[in-house]
Design a protein around this ligand. Structure first.
Ligand code: NI
Length: 191
């Protein structure tokens, strides 16, 4: 497997709209190897998710996994999930605000609003349909990753710039409060 280079904010590729991939492409050994590399790269960088476009492949594939993540110690776990051509649809009107970071935005976090529940329709890496509802913090992670496929970054959604913080200052000044806030969201939505 190969570790891939992660594009950083300012690189125009992050602002492209990724293209849909066909069933034939998905089944090809090249794309299957690429998905393995995407997962390996996400693990190596301790990401909660990674979209193909972040590693210079503007196709509609992203990976998510949270397993006692050191970058986000308070995030509920998400099993390894590969989304191909995902479509997200908000369920209901509830939203919550929470801090996000991104492997393409070094050392910065900021507060964004996310839908509390989203329907996720996609294919898995074998082309099998996925149709589920993601809730709470996990729903936020799905929205963050799928935004990448449309050239959007979390910084675009930060409506209050005074919430921007480096990771060090986040740990110093905000993490304790955010842990409580996240616990309340997890208690409400189950994830
Ligand atoms: Ni990101």
């Amino acid at each position: 497997m190969t570790l891939l280079k992660i594009a950083q904010i300012g690189n125009p590729i992050l602002r492209q709209k990724a293209r849909t991939i066909t069933a034939e492409e998905l089944a090809s050994p090249g794309i299957q190897r690429f998905i393995d590399d995407l997962v390996e790269t996400m693990h190596d960088a301790n990401g909660a998710g990674l979209a193909a476009i972040q590693v210079y492949r503007p196709i509609r594939i992203c990976a998510l996994e949270v397993k006692d993540n050191p970058r986000y110690p308070y995030k509920p776990n998400i099993p390894l999930t590969i989304l191909v051509n995902p479509v997200l649809t908000p369920v209901g009107d509830e939203r919550f605000e929470n801090y996000e970071g991104c492997l393409s935005v070094p050392d910065l976090r900021g507060k964004v609003w996310r839908h509390a529940e989203v329907r996720v329709q996609a294919q898995d890496r074998h082309g099998q349909p996925i149709d589920m509802v993601a809730r709470g913090i996990t729903a936020g992670t799905y929205q963050h990753e799928c935004d990448h496929l449309d050239g959007k970054l979390f910084v675009d959604l930060v409506h209050d710039p005074t919430t921007f913080t480096t990771w060090k200052e986040f740990a110093r000044y905000r993490e304790a409060e955010v842990r409580e806030h996240v616990s309340a969201i997890v208690a409400r939505y189950g994830s």
